[in-house]
Design a protein. Sequence first.
Length: 140
Amino acid sequence: MKHTFTFDSDKTVIRLSGTATLQGFRSFFVDLLKQPQWKTGSHILIDYCSLNVDTLAVPEIRTISKIVAGFREGLGKGKCALVTDKALGFGLGRMLEMVSEQEVSMVMKAFQSLTEAHAWLQGPGAADEYSDQNSAGNAS
């Protein structure tokens, strides 16, 4: 699994390619936090349109969530848009979004279009959305 980083003024774009592996996910988070351009709490757009996710299932999604949770402090409370144009990848992204909800400080959301993901990242702050998300979950 390969990854590249692009640091914009308002977000970090991570492009994933190859075949998805748990070690690959761990690696790109380790590498991200080592980058001098990375700022804790920055928004992230993960483009995994070129990533083969056929090897992933529910147990791997739970493990990926735990991997992300392990980097909670370094990632901060920004937003994380997960983008793919494939149905299976989108479904796995939605599962990661739901499984990670209580595990991580950042707000994760899956998208099937870069345009929608960019619009969401530029919308209201993650801290507000995180608070709304937790309030809604505690209201029942």
